[in-house]
Design a protein around this ligand. Structure first.
Ligand SMILES: Nc1ncnc2c1ncn2[C@@H]1O[C@H](COP(=O)(O)OP(=O)(O)OP(=O)(O)O)[C@@H](O)[C@H]1O
Ligand SMILES: [Mg+2]
Length: 284
């Protein structure tokens, strides 16, 4: 009896560890490349595994294929060669078993004639969700981005940062597991951007999201990410990978730390090297 009771917790631990280890990656990019119809080579073959729950950022010089890679992950475009897997399956199973994907574009792309709540409700209407089920989800998503007082406003009555928040609420309302964002805060001032980054890091953590994020900002990349992919152009490819070994969620304390400064310095050097490589068109 004594032996059994001492063995049991170990068994449970082993079971838990196996379950965690067996969690499939959210996305696998398997030698996927992209040649466009006009012959332009957007991406050289890329291999990348995106772990469930990680915050992955793509950064690199203009034209290195960040948006192309993100669109492949969103299945908005297809690879010319190679393939991608979502939770070890093909894209058809996204939307089943509670696995959902949402995309946030650089522009908020709101319907100007519709109030905030109607803009956020849109994806649920596309899914024919009854109003009574949709309404609390819409209110919850708007509250999450701190816009409850503005739910009857029209986009023209909102600041740029507030419009971006509406766009994020519209992505969150579908309760995604995989959130893809292409330079969502690129047009905002630094103070607003930092505020939205703070919110995003908490949201991703609370909701256990897998996030793939594109930015040109070194500070934003280091603050948000668990892993940063530095890309180079001509052809678009992975140049280097930086892991940011800092617990989530993060706060201003991390921004003020010497570790943050050191990561930013190193990333800045890598980006300069990636730009040189891109101009020369050489492989790393
Ligand atoms: N539809 C398309 N047809 C032809 N070429 C394309 C197309 N889309 C992208 N490209 C080319 O593929 C390359 C990668 O483009 P992409 O938009 O992915 O770059 P990016 O890293 O997102 O750049 P930026 O930082 O400027 O947004 C570029 O050379 C671009 O000109
Ligand atoms: Mg782009």
């Amino acid at each position: 009896m004594r032996v059994l009771s001492s063995v049991k917790p170990l068994d449970e631990m082993a079971k838990q560890m196996t379950t965690a280890d067996e969690r499939p990656p959210a996305v696998e990019v398997l030698s996927a490349e992209k040649v466009f119809a006009n012959g332009a080579r957007g991406l050289a073959p890329i291999d990348l595994s995106i772990a469930d729950g990680e915050f992955l950022t793509l950064i690199g010089p203009s034209g290195c294929g960040k948006s192309t890679l993100l669109k492949l992950v969103a299945n908005l475009i297809e690879p010319s060669d190679g393939r991608l897997l979502w939770w070890r399956g093909d894209f058809a199973q996204v939307g089943q078993e509670g696995r959902r994907l949402a995309f946030v574009f650089q522009e908020p792309t709101l319907m100007p004639w519709a109030r905030v709540e109607a803009n956020v409700r849109l994806p649920l209407e596309f899914g024919n969700m009854p109003r009574a089920t949709a309404d609390p989800k819409v209110a919850d998503a708007i509250a999450h981005v701190g816009l409850s007082k503005f739910n009857r406003h029209f986009p023209r009555q909102l600041s740029g940062g507030m419009k971006m928040r509406v766009s994020i609420a519209r992505a969150l309302v579908t309760d995604p597991n995989l959130l893809l964002m292409d330079e969502p805060f690129g047009a905002l001032d630094e103070f607003t951007r930092n505020k939205l980054d703070d919110d995003l890091v908490n949201l991703s953590w609370e909701r256990k999201l897998t996030t793939v994020f594109v930015t040109h900002s070194i500070y934003e990349a280091v603050f948000l990410s668990t892993r940063i992919i530095v890309m180079a152009a001509n052809p678009g490819r992975i140049f280097r990978i930086m892991t940011i070994d800092q617990p989530q969620p993060r706060d201003q304390g991390f921004r003020d730390s010497s570790k943050f400064a050191a990561c930013c310095r190193e990333l800045s050097t890598w980006l300069a090297e990636a730009s040189l490589q891109s101009a020369g068109g050489g492989e790393s």
